[in-house]
Design a protein. Sequence first.
Length: 248
Amino acid sequence: MKRQIPNIITLCNLTCGVIATIMAVQGRLDYAALWMLAGIAFDFCDGLAARLLHVASPLGKELDSLADVVTSGVAPGIILLSIFSHGHLADYGSADSGWGVWSYVALLIPAFSAYRLAKFNLDTRQSHSFLGLPVPSNAIIWAAVGACACNPQWCSMAVIDTSGIVSFLTSTNIGLFILLVIELVCCVLMVSEVPLFALKFKNLRWHDNKTRFLFLAVDALLLILFGVMGLALIIIWYILLSLCTAKH
């Protein structure tokens, strides 16, 4: 039974991803975001459980990737598809700024996510750091954008109100084009060889974890200042910090 505990946690991740996808199809992007974040939390816990219980297995590794394709690939793709199709989702379906058939460009996210996960499983160089943007990191960006687009009140619950920015991004053609560019950049980053640090602490010494401590400190500040949208800014900060601290 002990060997199955990480797999059960992984299946919880998968279940959260399926629910998130259903919520996204129904236009409830705030609920979709919450289920996605719950799935990503399970994704973090399954690997931790496997290491603590010393039961890591090839089956668990493959199952983890299958769950991630749904939670961090399909679900964020449907969230962005909804935004591209309907524009501002605070009043779902009433906006006329959607892109019609061109909205399906959002499905590049699950396609690139699946490719990234398959590539990761075959790459032996990524045990202590990442090459390319992790799939859950990309998903967090779209969870934050989708949640705030569907529920603008979440933007005003922080020190800095970002509801105006979110409204611009999701209700104007220029804003939607900016989201498209961000999507394409993230897709390329997922399958790239750009080195990104992993948030894995071997110990708590400052000298060995300076980058990680700095990352977490700024994360807390971003969440205080920007609330839910701070999640998207955290991923941008993660990419920038990795580029600045990468060892060449």
